[in-house]
Write a protein that binds this ligand. Structure first.
Ligand code: ADP
Ligand code: ZN
Length: 624
């Protein structure tokens, strides 16, 4: 341990020496340039101070002096300055200057001119003021040049050197305890930690440690956090750099940065190198879009560096990506990133744990229920959850409370997923009615179909992320499988907003665009991915690409079949829409009642909704 520290210090002082050398060199350059500039600018400076000067010959000066056309004379060691009198007026603004010649008769002439015309004269010792002036102008010049040069240097350093952007932490202070969930990921990384702790144990037995591991998962799931935790657990420095920052405009810079990064890391080994967004450099080299020589060079350098160091030094490279499928195969070969650690979106338990981790230092009251929050946030990643806790705490402070309540956190969920309430967007009364009916249409269909989840909240307050209103559903428990019946009733619910609009206003609006998108995706997936349509049966018609980021789908069938798929999807949607309309039409009383209540209140809870709903239901029953 002691040894290591010494090594680190040595490295540091070496770096400092380098810095010093650079510093001296730049000071010398600055000095030379400012000396030249001082000399050049001295005359200019003089001009500025003393106003315009006009040159005269010595003979002209003598002539004017003898003729009484000179008001005052200043005699310097090398020049004579004098102010002329023209037509009896002293021209204060004009100064004539002439070269001083050693002329013995000048003294007599001056004396005569003084007694005859009152001409003033004096000799001036310029050394004092000149030194002051020079010093002043030097200071100014040095300052200007220092600023100027440091600007240029900074810029060129950013271009040429990696250390401008390498981010190094000697101690990350993050441990596995700070990472909630992700047990599998932690388990496979534990081995790395152990190796960094004690490489000898592995080397003695002849085991080769993997040089690198690829952390794969959607953004915000804690890949960076995990990498830091590995460094923290192993108590080694953490170097990180983002893949996109390697790739620059200038060819060769990226490769230089890679080399520099590894050099710096080697000096601090054992350590962790973390490369975020490695797909930015590691994308497959045989792309269809033509070569990109800069990226290729950078990637080649990275491969060379990875092959070049031996693991016994104790450098572990971790890289993160959310699109492993685009990576160049060379990166994934044994001896490089041959280990894959999947970092998934957290499940219910993972979300509860993440909320707990992030609220460790947040003061909360007894109403807070993490399970309820976690249920309401299925699909959220760790970064979202961290954000929710923080937004909730901010809301509590804003309301002047000292403890965070569940209500704060629930509002925070809405803020994180839908944006803040947009108070200045005023809907016209007519628009408000339409939005209210639309949302109640969704909610009512949820309540009417037993398969779908209960309603938590309905609101028609516009939000900054663009929604005019929404229905918030919270499942009672997390589900990993969806049945066909559930998906079918989801389709009906999704189209229920538009159905309510049509029933009530007999015209439709643009408000259903998002519903249509979601419903179409769902129907399509039922046909092409899940084998839920009778027409096609269990035939895979589309394959998922880009599993962690965009989940793009690629058709796996002939054009003819594609046309049939489109037709099938259209029929399913049409069918669902008809069902939605029929269901709502038979409960139009409930639709009216709840919508009116919502227009008045703008936000209603699931409980209020259910009260009106059951009341109208029982009225319906007695009428029949
Ligand atoms: P990624 O690198 O996968 O995009 P980050 O590691 O940058 O994600 O995560 C961003 C933030 O989200 C973290 O700093 C942390 O506050 C929070 N976070 C993400 N995942 C987790 C997790 N599993 N446990 C605790 N916090 C998490
Ligand atoms: Zn809708």
């Amino acid at each position: 341990m002691d040894n290591e520290q010494n090594q680190n210090q040595e490295n540091h002082s070496e770096q400092q020496n380098n810095n010093k050398k650079n510093g001296y060199r730049s000071i010398i350059v600055i000095l030379i340039i400012s000396i030249i500039m001082t000399i050049l600018s001295w005359r200019l400076y003089d001009r500025l101070i003393n106003g315009a000067e006009e040159e005269k010959t010595y003979a002209e000066f003598i002539e004017m002096l003898d003729a009484g056309a000179v008001d005052s004379v200043e005699i310097y060691s090398h020049e004579i300055k004098f102010k002329p009198i023209e037509d009896g007026n002293v021209l204060d603004k004009t100064t004539y200057v002439t070269v001083a010649i050693s002329d013995d008769s000048l003294a007599n002439r001056l004396r005569t001119a003084r007694s005859k015309y009152g001409t003033q004269y004096k000799g001036i010792d310029e050394s004092g003021s000149a030194i002051l002036g020079t010093v002043l102008s030097w200071v100014v010049m040095i300052l200007i040049f220092y600023l100027f040069l440091s600007m240029i240097m900074k810029r060129s350093m950013n271009v040429g050197k990696a250390n401008a952007k390498v981010y190094m932490e000697k101690k990350t202070g993050v441990t596995f305890e700070d990472v909630a969930g992700e047990e599998e990921a932690k388990e496979s990384l534990t081995e790395m930690v152990d190796f960094l702790h004690n490489p000898k144990k592995y080397l003695d037995i002849g085991a080769k440690m993997p040089k690198g591991a690829l952390l794969v998962g959607p953004p915000g799931t804690g890949k960076t956090l995990l990498a830091k935790a590995v460094a923290g657990e192993a108590n080694v420095p953490f170097f990180s750099m983002s893949g996109s920052s390697f790739v620059e405009l200038y060819v060769g810079v990226g490769a230089l940065r890679v080399r520099d990064l590894f050099k710096q890391a080697a000096a601090m080994a054992p350590c962790i190198i973390f490369i975020d967004e490695i797909d930015a450099i590691g994308r497959s080299r045989d792309t269809r879009h033509g070569g990109d020589s800069e990226r290729e060079q950078t990637l080649n350098q990275l491969l060379a560096e990875m092959d070049g160091f031996d693991t016994s030094k104790g450098i572990v490279i971790l890289a993160a990506t959310n699109r492993p499928e685009v990576l160049d195969k060379a990166l994934l070969r044994p001896g490089r990133f041959d280990r894959r650690v999947i970092v998934e979106k957290p499940d219910l338990k993972g979300r509860i744990d993440t909320l707990k981790v992030h609220s460790k230092n947040v003061k909360m009251d007894e109403t807070v229920d993490f399970r309820e929050l976690a249920l309401a946030t299925s699909g959220a990643v760790g970064a979202d959850l961290a954000n929710i806790i923080n937004e909730g705490a901010l809301a509590a402070v804003k309301a002047g409370r000292t403890l965070v309540s569940q209500q704060d956190l629930i509002s925070a969920v809405e803020v994180v997923f839908a944006g803040k309430e947009k108070k200045d967007r005023l809907l016209s009364p007519e628009e408000k009615r339409i939005v209210a009916y639309h949302e109640v249409g969704h909610a009512l269909l949820i309540a009417l179909q037993k398969h779908t989840e209960p309603v938590q909240r309905i609101t028609i307050v516009p939000r900054t992320m663009g929604t005019l209103g929404y229905v918030w559903q919270v499942p009672e428990e997390e589900k990993y499988l969806e049945t066909k019946a559930e998906m079918q009733s989801d389709l009906i619910t999704l189209l229920g907003g538009r159905a309510a609009e049509e029933l009530k206003f007999s015209s439709v609006t643009t408000g259903a665009a998002n519903d249509i998108e979601q419903a179409t995706k769902k129907a399509r997936a039922m046909v092409t991915l899940y084998g839920m349509s009778d027409k096609f049966g269990m035939m895979q018609l589309e394959a998922v690409e880009g599993q962690y980021l965009d989940r793009a789908l690629a058709l796996q069938c002939s054009d003819e079949t594609a046309t049939k798929i489109d037709r099938e999807v259209r029929d399913m949607l049409k069918d669902s829409y008809e069902k939605a309309k029929k269901l709502l039409a038979s409960h139009i009383h409930a639709l009216d009642e709840i919508a009116e209540f919502l227009i008045e209140r703008e936000t209603i809870t699931g409980k209020e909704f259910m009260e009106i709903f059951s009341k109208t239901e029982s009225e319906n029953a007695t009428q029949k």
